[in-house]
Design a protein around this ligand. Structure first.
Ligand code: ACO
Length: 425
């Protein structure tokens, strides 16, 4: 166990409290504060800025250096050499698959993409105008009704089956959210297609036409899913872990992750980037917006810039910037005015003292909205795409937590309300 110790002196407690310090395989050490409760003291860390809530082998981020590793593999290498499904396998199982394992995994996912026909009825109950995230949250939670009975969460095989089901069904459900809003028939998944290709087919195909998906766009979509696959203990993943720590079923856990992702501070930022670029409207107005972003009396922030963890270029943003050019070239929109504004904005901000001093760099959302818009995906679907990509991360963390000994997550508080008082009269 730990050799290193931290000592905490608290006024009113005679002896310093000795706390073990643990080292990870890389990254900051952690001080184990679990024994403090026995001394009648809690730690206070709103926003979990300095708190590790678990240990994990899945993903490592060094925000200062701009590094993101899944099971040790850099995200840039995975984006170049791997694909989304292989990365799903890696996150879930800890190692890249051998050729036969890859084939079995891909087939397993392929044969779980259909959803129960009764799910179609759920969609019919939603108004046409419903936000796709509202529908996604509801239908993913509803999967519990179909698969809960034969699920033993303490059985690793059952957990993996649930993981395969949810990864496979997310693109089908995501496309159904879009089709419902459009008033178009739902498209069934095609077993002959790859993961991202199938998603684009279910989004944009109709029964009136032969299936046809551009390989360039399918590859771009696959890479976008891959880049969102996991990001260690972010707000939605922590939500999935907390829900899972009660022993609830995985579909309910993923639905809670989707709900947490929906917020603009988390999954909604790529939509905000696009709104901002539209608002800027012309390269001549960039300086004006940069000035506003720096003005402390103006609530405006440069959307797609800055990150709680990355104090360097978000490595996912570098990859996405490259895909952006490929997608726009494929679609013949290289001169897209929004892309021109985005590139110039990025250049000016990266040379500006305000952004340099605060280590504010483009994050993953800066370019992803431009790609999604170019592919024809409406902004209301952006967070749904993010959720589809993040599903393997959520489910891998849930699986990892249940594979080890865990306790129900139950934070403490600093109580500042009334002390005991009597009911009047
Ligand atoms: N534009 C202008 N100034 C900024 C920006 C920005 N985008 N981001 C941070 N700052 C400034 C802050 O005003 C603050 O300045 P000060 O030190 O003079 O007060 C300083 O940089 C530090 O910012 P914090 O808000 O303390 O950083 P925090 O880690 O809490 O916030 C966040 C990170 C929420 C991402 C923030 O940078 C932001 O709002 N960015 C824009 C929204 C965005 O792109 N979100 C996507 C995040 S990625 C994701 O969720 C997948």
């Amino acid at each position: 166990m730990s050799e290193k110790k931290a000592r905490l002196s608290i006024d009113g407690i005679d002896e310093p409290i000795e706390l073990p310090v643990y080292a990870g395989s890389t990254g900051p050490d952690v001080v184990d504060v679990r024994s403090l409760v026995g001394q009648g003291v809690f730690t206070y860390d709103p926003g979990f800025v300095s708190t590790a809530a678990c240990d994990s082998d899945i993903t490592y981020i060094d925000g200062g250096a701009g590094v993101l590793l899944h099971r040790g593999y850099p995200i840039e290498q995975l984006a170049e050499k791997s694909n989304f499904l292989e990365t799903c396998y890696l996150l879930l199982n800890g190692e890249l698959p051998a050729a036969d394992e890859r084939e079995v995994f891909e087939n397993t996912i392929r044969y779980h993409t259909m959803v129960d026909e009764a799910i179609h009825q759920f969609f019919r109950g939603f108004p046409r105008t419903a936000h796709p995230m509202a529908m996604l949250c509801g239908v993913v939670g509803a999967l519990s009704a179909f698969y809960h009975d034969n699920l033993d969460i303490d059985n690793s095989e059952h957990r993996l089956l649930a993981a395969h089901r949810v990864i496979a069904k997310m693109p089908t459900l995501a496309a159904m959210c879009y089709k419902h809003g459009m008033g178009q028939p739902f498209m069934y998944p095609q077993n002959s297609m790859g993961f991202a290709e199938n998603f684009l087919h279910m989004m944009f195909g109709t029964p009136c036409e032969e299936p046809k998906v551009s390989p360039v766009l399918a590859k771009a979509m696959d890479t976008l899913f891959l880049l969102h696959a996991d990001h260690e203990q972010n707000a939605s993943t922590s939500t999935v872990r907390l829900a899972g720590s009660t022993g609830t079923n995985p579909y309910a856990c993923i639905a809670s992750g989707i709900a947490a992702l929906w917020g603009p501070a988390h999954g909604g930022a790529n939509e905000a980037v696009l709104d901002m670029l539209y608002e800027i409207g012309d390269e001549s107005r960039i300086e004006e917006f940069i000035k506003r972003a720096k003005d402390k009396d103006d609530p405006f922030r440069l959307m797609g810039f800055g990150h709680r963890v990355y104090k360097n270029y978000d490595p996912r943003a570098t990859v996405i910037r490259g895909i952006c050019d490929e997608v726009l070239e494929e679609l013949g929109s290289e001169n897209d005015p929004l892309l021109r504004i985005a590139k110039k904005l990025e250049k000016i901000a990266l040379e500006d003292e305000y952004f340099i001093e605060r280590k504010l760099f483009p994050n993953v959302d800066f370019y992803s909205g431009i790609i999604l818009k170019a592919i024809g995906i409406p902004t209301s679907m952006f967070t749904v795409i993010f959720a589809t990509g993040r599903t393997p991360g959520w489910i891998a963390h849930w699986h990892e937590m249940l594979s080890e000994s865990y306790r129900i997550g139950r934070p403490r508080q600093l109580y500042k309300g009334y002390t005991k008082r009597d009911y009047p009269g």
